[in-house]
Design a protein around this ligand. Structure first.
Ligand SMILES: NC(=O)C1=CN([C@@H]2O[C@H](COP(=O)(O)OP(=O)(O)OC[C@H]3O[C@@H](n4cnc5c(N)ncnc54)[C@H](O)[C@@H]3O)[C@@H](O)[C@H]2O)C=CC1
Ligand SMILES: O=C(O)[C@@H]1CCC=N1
Length: 271
């Protein structure tokens, strides 16, 4: 089996690296194509991939085509691969908002998997939600799932609405965590800590809290209760967040990402 990754940026290269460790793929069965000369140079230095510049040299031989370009590059790319594809191929897209119907129309392919990963895939801690067109068989889906799992965990969702929803939670979510971290680091700096110490204070706090959450069966609310003493320091911080409606604002932000994913897909707004 051969996999072709088109777009070797943050996500494409991460998946190519992940899939190169898959037992389903033998060495050198991952082809990677990027339109940027700089990227190609980088790819040519990586021994475990075959790097390509021309679609006609790699698209026809691929069993699975993995698309990881930005949504606004999708349609131009689809039109160029259309004459090169054959109906047995499976196309996996991780592009935000690009719908299965649009992919079918513009590529002529029917076996489509739409997936939404997230950036922690870079360190094997990704979460990828995915769904597929009915033409992808159960066995093919198992293969796809096994490839997606090379970068972390995957979750199969019922339909594309849940892909857009998971974009608002897990796809864009790492940025919300970084937003929170950035604010806490800025507060630590203002309190007089050095940059290095601020970074350690914040990152260890996040790692520790997530580890606690993962190792126990308690809700975040229950954990908050365990940190906060009545009339104490944590309660002062939580009261301040409640007074400022922070919880509602975070939910609003997640819905903004969800709605943007839906909007991108409508009438192909990403084009
Ligand atoms: N970065 C993230 O956290 C996440 C990104 N995504 C999705 O992944 C996709 C890729 O995002 P990133 O990796 O962050 O982007 P990126 O900008 O890092 O990588 C895109 C790559 O595609 C290449 N490219 C552009 N047009 C091309 C073409 N026609 N043929 C071949 N290569 C081409 C570019 O040279 C670049 O190397 C996007 O559609 C995004 O919606 C999904 C979930 C998370
Ligand atoms: O911001 C974006 O559009 C992409 C999709 C999820 C994360 N990054």
């Amino acid at each position: 089996m051969k996999v072709l990754v088109i777009g070797a940026g943050n996500m494409g290269l991460t998946y190519a690296e992940g899939m190169s460790k898959s037992k389903l793929l033998k060495k050198k069965n991952i082809m990677v194509l990027d339109s940027s000369e700089e990227k190609l140079k980088e790819l040519n230095e990586m021994a475990h991939f075959d790097a390509f510049k021309k679609l006609e040299e790699c698209v026809p031989q691929a069993d699975i085509i993995f698309i990881a370009v930005k949504p606004y590059h999708a349609n131009a790319l689809f039109e160029t691969i259309k004459p090169l594809v054959h109906s047995d191929q499976i196309l996996i897209s991780i592009m935000a908002g690009v719908t299965i119907d649009a992919i079918k129309t513009h590529t002529g392919l029917n076996k489509i998997v739409r997936a939404m990963p997230n950036l922690p895939a870079k360190v094997g801690k990704g979460l990828t939600s995915y769904t597929s067109s009915k033409e992808v068989s159960r066995i093919e889906l198992l293969t796809v799932e096994s490839l997606l799992d090379t970068t972390g965990k995957s979750i199969r969702v019922r339909d594309e609405n849940f892909i857009d929803a998971s974009t608002g939670i897990s796809g864009s979510g790492p940025a919300y965590v970084f937003y929170f971290m950035q604010s806490m680091m800025e507060a630590a700096l203002q309190m007089g800590f050095s940059k290095e110490v601020s970074s350690v204070l914040v990152s260890e706090t996040f790692t520790g809290a997530v580890e606690l959450f993962n190792q126990n069966n308690l809700s975040p609310n229950s954990w908050m209760d365990r940190v906060a003493s009545k009339g104490g320091t944590t309660q002062a911080a939580l009261d301040s967040m409640d007074d400022n409606n922070v919880s509602e604002l975070i939910k609003e932000a997640a819905f903004a990402a969800f709605e943007r994913a839906v909007e991108l897909g409508k009438e192909e707004n990403y084009a």
